[in-house]
Design a protein around this ligand. Structure first.
Ligand code: GTP
Ligand code: MG
Length: 244
């Protein structure tokens, strides 16, 4: 089973400090929709038909050039199974983009999209960008969710929409690149405001950066519910604690 120590998740690139921006991206959605396959297709150009359900959460790093910038993507692959929900939602904090995935051959996974969207609103910050992806579009004969239904739901939720196939490598790269572009657009719109979720590389001399920090096992609910990065909240004086 995949786990934090799974050798498939090579971290070779994670120590590369030569980048302009680093974006944290999460892939979420019901179990078996193809999240892990989607990530492996993108990062390693590989696909396996075997289903190995993800345990907890893991990540891969990929650095790309986009808009004249070198952008390091830290892509988190979350477990879709309900039992891991507390762990996975703790990682939503600080994510700049989400790929919310369903399986076009599985109606239940499509019906769950609204709930996943609510989870994003609850646990991430307001400016996080979301793409809705209907995966397994190679399985046309078994399709139960039409493209039109997918598009309508995406429109209703305010997300952009792709149908894709990790198996046949359809729209995988395009999905990530579009998400990066939307994040970049959003960043340039809010140039004046400090953007705590964007991590610029350290000034020289460059220090090695450790693997992404694991959130505390019990995230503080008031911070998560507000969807505000923790650093910002610390600037607010704790009025209630002042002596009278
Ligand atoms: N035909 C087809 N099968 C796919 C595609 N993507 C994934 N699969 C298969 O679907 C099954 C589930 O894929 P995973 O990537 O493990 O699903 P997951 O969303 O990561 O599931 P959890 O880790 O349990 O949340 C595997 O057997 C994959 O081979 C696709 O695009 N087309
Ligand atoms: Mg998985």
């Amino acid at each position: 089973m995949a786990s934090a120590t799974d050798s498939r998740y090579g971290q070779k690139e994670s120590s590369d400090q030569n980048f302009d921006y680093m974006f944290k991206i999460l892939i979420i959605g019901n179990s078996s929709v193809g999240k892990t396959s989607f990530l492996f297709r993108y990062a390693d150009d590989s696909f396996t038909p075997a289903f190995v359900s993800t345990v907890g959460i893991d990540f891969k790093v990929k650095t790309i050039y986009r808009n004249d910038k070198r952008i390091k993507l830290q892509i988190w692959d979350t477990a879709g199974q309900e039992r891991y929900r507390t762990i996975t939602t703790a990682y939503y904090r600080g994510a700049m983009g989400f790929i919310l995935m369903y399986d076009i051959t599985n109606e239940e996974s499509f019906n769950a999209v609204q709930d996943w969207s609510t989870q994003i609103k609850t646990y991430s910050w307001d400016n996080a960008q979301v793409l809705l992806v209907g995966n397994k579009c190679d399985m046309e004969d078994e399709r139960v969710v039409s493209s039109e239904k997918g598009r309508q739901l995406a429109e209703h939720l305010g997300f952009e929409f792709f149908e894709a196939s990790a198996k046949d490598n359809i729209n995988v790269k395009q999905t990530f690149e579009r998400l990066v572009d939307i994040i970049c657009e959003k960043m340039s719109e809010s140039l004046d405001t400090a953007d705590p979720a964007v991590t610029a590389p350290p000034k020289s001399p460059q220090k090695p950066v450790s693997a992404p920090q694991t959130p505390s096992p019990r995230p503080r609910p008031e911070l998560l519910l507000l969807g505000v990065p923790r650093g910002l909240l610390l600037l607010i004086p704790p009025k209630g604690l002042r002596p009278l």
